[in-house]
Design a protein around this ligand. Structure first.
Ligand code: FMN
Length: 383
């Protein structure tokens, strides 16, 4: 049996992770590629006492640099940048042709020309990593893969704190062994892409409630100087934060809760569908990008899922479906966007629509302090 400690009093409600970055509450705003995590959002969260996070995966190195400069102009507080660990994609002709056989007819319904093979399917990961190292970003996190120890060491030499995403125990241990400073425990409830990089993604859909204590026992067991675990997936309010800390997490990473914020630059129809969603509205699919991801079901997901054998691996499928999704973004047409969202989306209805990120952080802070205060013993991670 693991020696989980009882909840103990913490006069200032902090955890070692939140203290390290001087956070008012143990909250990381999840990096979200595809528009949500603007510099304004990242800086608003950091200024309000959480840790704001820029999604850098879809950005060219120069764009990462300009976004980081924009964040630094808006806050002097710590923030993070997130990247996807990806090898260069060199798909054979048949893979691209097969994928387009299913994508082209959907694109044609919207007046788009047939797709073609591309010179590049995603920004070059090595160049992105070099850029982030040069920028000396306070926190850098990764998903989709594992960094080599030497790369983690380069980030440490640049003064960056390194976090790796894990969807099960073996991935958390791999990140610990690579030298990571903290683990993001991505439960099955989470919106967006699954980070799984060991084994099959459908086998790694472990709910946050089951995942967090298993990762804590693996890398942050009580009494040991371990790696902080941050719980991600399904956390939408103060109750969720307290529950995650009770499971041994030192903080939470919340994405969906910030998707509808005023600073999140996603189409209005996506925000409307989030608020109109129900607990059964999302599915995990690989049909849109070639990598499993959770989002609200819509005609785009349903039509592409009809031909599973044609789906190319990420990032090829992602790039080939992009014109279709860009048109949908221009037209504010949620039927053909990738509506990435977590299972907790309906809980966003408990807040006023279009709140600023700072107001959301303030509400979360009040909520989790109130819930913590009602528990028989307050929460602490102090040994
Ligand atoms: C629209 C969207 C895009 C996301 N993009 C990324 C990303 O680029 N990198 C990453 O590590 N996680 C990404 N995530 C996951 C979030 O950072 C966070 O871990 C997750 O949203 C937590 O679960 P929740 O959605 O239930 O709050 C994304 C999530 C969403 C909803």
């Amino acid at each position: 049996m693991s020696s989980t400690p009882a909840l103990r009093t913490s006069p200032d409600f902090s955890t070692p992770f939140s203290r390290r970055f001087g956070l008012r509450l143990p909250l990381v705003q999840g990096p979200m590629a595809g528009g949500p995590t603007t510099p304004a959002l990242v800086a608003a969260v950091s200024n309000a006492g959480g840790l704001g996070f820029l999604a850098g995966a879809a950005l060219a190195p120069e764009k990462i640099a300009s976004e980081v400069a924009a964040i630094r102009a808006l806050t002097d507080k710590p923030f993070g940048v997130n990247l996807f660990v990806l090898d260069p994609a060199n798909p054979d002709e048949a893979t691209v042709r097969r994928a387009l056989e299913a994508i082209d007819p959907v694109a044609a319904q919207h007046g788009l020309p047939p797709g073609e093979a591309l010179a590049r399917y995603a920004p070059d990961f090595r160049a992105q990593l070099d850029a982030v190292i040069e920028l000396r970003v306070p926190v850098v996190s990764f998903t989709f893969g594992l960094l080599a120890k030497a790369d983690v060491a380069r980030l440490h030499a640049a003064g960056s704190y390194v976090m790796g995403t894990a969807t099960h125990v073996a991935e958390a241990i791999a990140w610990r062994d690579a030298g990571a400073d903290a683990i993001v425990a991505q439960g099955a409830e989470a919106g967006g892409h699954r980070g799984t990089f060991i084994g099959e993604a459908p086998h790694a859909l472990i709910g946050t409630m089951a995942l967090v204590p298993q990762l804590v026992d693996a890398v942050d067991a009580p009494g040991a100087v371990g790696l902080p675990v941050l719980a991600a997936g399904g956390i939408m309010d103060g109750r969720g934060i307290v529950a995650a800390l009770a499971l041994g997490a030192q903080g939470v990473q919340m994405g969906t809760a910030f998707l509808g914020s005023a600073e999140s630059a996603i189409p209005a129809d996506w925000k409307a569908r989030l608020r109109a969603s129900t607990d059964t509205a999302t599915s995990v699919t690989r049909a849109i990008t070639g990598r499993h991801a959770r989002g609200i079901r819509n005609p785009l997901m349903q039509q592409l899922e009809a031909r599973p054998e044609t789906v190319a691996p990420y990032p090829v499928q992602n790039a080939l479906t992009q014109p279709l999704r860009q048109r949908a973004a221009r037209e504010n047409d949620g039927d053909y966007l990738s509506l990435w969202s977590g299972q907790g989306a309906p809980l966003s209805r408990t807040r006023e629509a279009g709140l600023g990120a700072a107001q959301i952080v303030a509400a979360l802070d009040a909520e989790w302090r109130a819930v913590s205060g009602k528990l028989p013993g307050k929460l602490s991670h102090d040994a």
